[in-house]
Design a protein around this ligand. Structure first.
Ligand code: PRT
Ligand code: MG
Length: 211
């Protein structure tokens, strides 16, 4: 049995066509079904539906053989035990620093001020500001980072942006780009060795479909 871990929403939606190109079609729609394990047209392939941030953990411990996770999620996880053979070029977005329109970020940085930065991406933020030599107090949040500067919890946030509409709707502006991101195929390193005959053709099909 090959188990593939996916999260609902954009990852599932954008992975489904790639799975289809590899000859794999789910028997249920995760948005409609409450099932967490989805059977597919192939008796030897199943999908497990987990939180986006849990995908690397399932694959790391071999509870899933393969998975699809954003580079943001992988950077926070650390990537231990994971083989990352393929950039699927889906769920594209960018990691940025954003601040209220009225906050002079550049001036604060120039003056060496200690910034309060709220984020779900603590590792990414820590590395980014350390590389720039900016002193920050990082405040870990689990959702709606955009609210933090509006309530005085933080001076700025580190968050993902795709259309920019969420920032705009909350009177925030991007003040610094950190990195462009997309989702990666991840594979459990042991599974790749022990189940190579089944996994290798899937990797090849994914590679063809993303070209
Ligand atoms: O939503 P949940 O808390 O369950 O988990 P999640 O947010 O980790 O999962 P999900 O499904 O929302 O995102 C899965 C992956 O999609 C992320 O890990 C990213 O790699 C990728 N991705 C691509 C995004 C976005 N685009 C994106 N725009 N993830 C989140 N967003 C959020 C962003 O955080 C911000 O709140 O959308 C908002 C901004 O969108 P725009 O279009 O207004 O700029
Ligand atoms: Mg989300």
């Amino acid at each position: 049995m090959i188990t593939i871990a996916l999260s609902k929403g954009r990852i599932y939606d954008e992975t489904a066509p790639l799975l289809k190109a590899a000859g794999i079609v789910a028997r249920d729609d995760p948005e409609k079904s409450r099932k967490l394990i989805l059977r597919t047209n192939r008796a030897d392939v199943r999908l497990v539906i987990v939180r986006a941030t849990d995908v690397p953990t399932y694959v790391q411990y071999g509870a899933a053989d393969l998975g699809v996770a954003g580079k943001d999620v992988l950077d926070e996880h650390g990537g231990q035990g994971l083989y990352q053979p393929l950039d699927l070029k889906i769920a594209r977005c960018r990691m940025v620093v954003a601040a209220p329109a009225g906050f002079d970020y550049r001036r604060a940085v120039r003056q060496g001020a200690r910034l309060k930065v709220a984020t779900k991406y603590v590792q990414t933020a820590r590395e980014h500001f350390a590389a720039k030599g900016v002193h920050v107090d990082l405040i870990k949040l689990y959702g709606s980072m955009e609210l933090a500067p509006l309530t005085g919890l933080a001076d700025a946030i580190v968050d993902l942006v795709s259309t920019g509409r969420t920032l705009e709707a909350n009177d925030l502006k991007e003040v610094e780009a950190i990195a462009p991101l997309s989702a990666r195929l991840i594979v459990n390193q042991t599974a790749l060795k022990l189940k190579r005959a089944a996994i290798q053709p899937l990797l090849e099909a994914f590679a063809r479909a993303t070209r």
